[in-house]
Design a protein. Structure first.
Ligand code: NDP
Length: 500
């Protein structure tokens, strides 16, 4: 376990939060509150009101009114951009406060939280540019008498449901793009990690966002999230989380035929060909499985390796893994912190024992590290994993790597695509033909060649198959929250249908 000096200390008292509806801080209809304990330290860190459908109704009224009556939707992209840029500036100024809250609620290392907050500020800045760049199209090729226009309009009121693994970063990949398009929003962060979303609501208000444009509700997903997905006056729902709840969201959205954006689970292959730089691949594979304690939808959890280099690569991975610093997330040197909740820890350990009973060979880890507090898990590596084993098929959402050997290119592609998911993949080869052919054949929304979990807001993210619907970030990320209107403009006299 890692054990160095800490810059931050634990809070003496938990921080009490209200919900944010129509520019006001309120307990709403809540008759009880929920206390979040730091998963790494087991002390209370945040207290939230437990909202209900009544609060959803109130927030939707505020968002609808802001959409119809405020200058947000009808104003210029420049005006929206100004608010988004100011928000980015405030995020940077409040970086330490946000990072500490994120670490205390998620258990992720403080240095990582800080990095995510600063990267989020960059995404808000990028989205500010998109607010000004968003445009439609014109058709000047319809003949002398006709001009065609395509306009983009904000969808309306968006319900945004976010998960607990990257609460602030995932919010940054969606909220500024929704705002850039001119929509208004009702946000429901995970009950486990609502703090940074509520801090952000205060920063948005300081940045000049009109009341009602962003509303933040807290409470259980099965109550507040479900009410958002079902609500008849919400025009679009954007959900990030498990495939199971994504399916519920899709069904609930059918009531009023909401537009739906989903980013769901993944079972992402790391495909290593025989000619790959094995040192670079080993380091990225260790990073890809340990990052955020494996609680990451794009985690590279399935290693597919050419049989001729399997042993060499496995030895390198085991050697690097032994040097990963696991421990107190408030320690600046920690690389892997606590698992975010006990239920998740038990789920991961359940997969480890299932893997053993199905005949996979546990090479290292897969056990809870002894510690007075916190839920630390020694990352697990399983070899001799066949594509049919549960370990290789289901999203574990923890630091568990499976190793499966392949004999040729076609077999590698067949195994890589043999999954209901299609979120991300990494390909390792020094040969351009091999890597580009693999990139083309893999069915996934994001492919990394000779790297992993890299990139910024310029490119879109999202999934193929059961990993999701729609795209976030990039130009696509703002267009996602617009409706397209086609306009035909008659120039001069229209030819009469009824003859004289
Ligand atoms: P969920 O899918 O339950 O949670 C995601 C979000 O949905 C949270 O805000 C949650 O609220 C909310 N929610 C829960 N139930 C409903 C509902 N009926 N209608 C609308 N919203 C709802 O994920 P879990 O926290 O249960 O994690 C389970 C598994 O999901 C993980 O092990 C992992 O496999 C996957 N996952 C994938 C993520 C990704 O980024 N793709 C992120 C998180 C999880 P609340 O938390 O308050 O209940």
């Amino acid at each position: 376990m890692n054990n160095n000096a800490l810059i931050h200390s634990l809070p003496v008292q938990p921080r009490h939060f209200d919900m944010f509806i129509d520019g006001q801080w309120t307990q709403g209809s809540a008759t009880r509150s929920v206390t979040r304990r730091s998963p790494a330290h087991d002390v209370p860190v945040s207290v939230y009101p437990s909202g209900s459908g009544v609060d959803v109704d109130q927030a939707v009224v505020a968002a609808r009114q802001a959409f119809e009556q405020s200058t947000w939707a009808r104003g210029s992209g420049e005006a929206r951009s100004t608010v988004l840029l100011k928000t980015a500036e405030l995020i940077r100024q409040h970086c330490e406060e946000l990072a500490l809250c994120e670490t205390l609620e998620t258990g992720k290392p403080i240095a990582q939280s800080r990095g995510e907050v600063l990267a989020s500020a960059g995404i808000w800045e990028y989205a500010a540019g998109q607010a000004r760049a968003l445009h439609g199209d014109a058709f000047n090729n319809l003949g002398e008498d006709m001009l065609g226009l395509v306009t983009r309009e904000p969808v309306g009121v968006v319900g945004l449901i976010t998960p607990w693994n990257f609460p602030f970063f995932i919010l940054a990949e969606r909220l500024p793009f929704i705002l850039a398009s001119g929509c208004t929003v009702v946000v429901k962060p995970s009950e486990l990690t609502s703090g940074t979303t509520l801090i952000l609501a205060g920063l948005l208000q300081q940045a000049g966002l009109p009341d009602g444009v962003v509303n933040v509700l807290t409470g259980p997903g099965s109550v507040v999230g479900q009410a958002i997905s079902e609500h008849a006056d919400i025009d679009m729902v954007s959900f990030t989380g498990s495939t199971e709840v994504g399916r519920l969201t899709l069904a609930a959205a059918a009531g009023n035929m909401k537009k739906t954006g989903l980013e769901l689970g993944g079972k992402n292959p790391q495909v290593v060909f025989a000619d790959a730089d094995l040192d670079a691949a080993a380091d990225a594979i260790v990073f890809g499985i340990c990052f955020n304690a494996g609680q990451c939808c794009v985690s590279g959890s399935r290693l597919l390796v050419h049989r001729s280099v399997e042993q060499r690569l496995t030895a390198k991975i085991l050697e690097l893994l032994a040097r990963v610093r696991i421990g107190d997330p408030l320690d600046e040197a920690t690389q892997v912190g606590s698992i975010t909740e006990l239920r998740q820890m038990e789920r991961i350990l359940g997969y480890v024992s299932q893997g053993r009973s199905e005949g996979a060979q546990l090479m290292t880890g897969g056990y809870r590290i002894e510690s007075p507090q916190g839920m630390y898990l020694q990352p697990a590596v399983f070899s001799q994993v066949t594509p049919q084993m549960t370990l290789a098929r289901e999203e574990i959402f923890g630091p568990v790597l499976t190793i499966t050997a392949f004999d040729d290119f076609d077999q590698a592609m067949q195994i890589a695509n043999d999954t209901p998911f299609g979120l991300a993949a990494s390909v390792w080869s020094r040969d351009l033909n091999t890597s580009l052919r693999a990139m083309r054949q893999i069915k996934a929304g994001r492919v990394w060649v000779n790297t992993t979990i890299a990139g910024g807001p310029e490119l879109p993210s999202g999934g193929f198959k059961q990993s999701g619907i729609g795209r976030e970030t990039g130009r696509y990320g703002v267009e996602e929250y617009t409706e397209v209107k086609s306009v035909h403009l008659q120039l001069g006299e229209r030819a009469r249908w009824v003859q004289d």
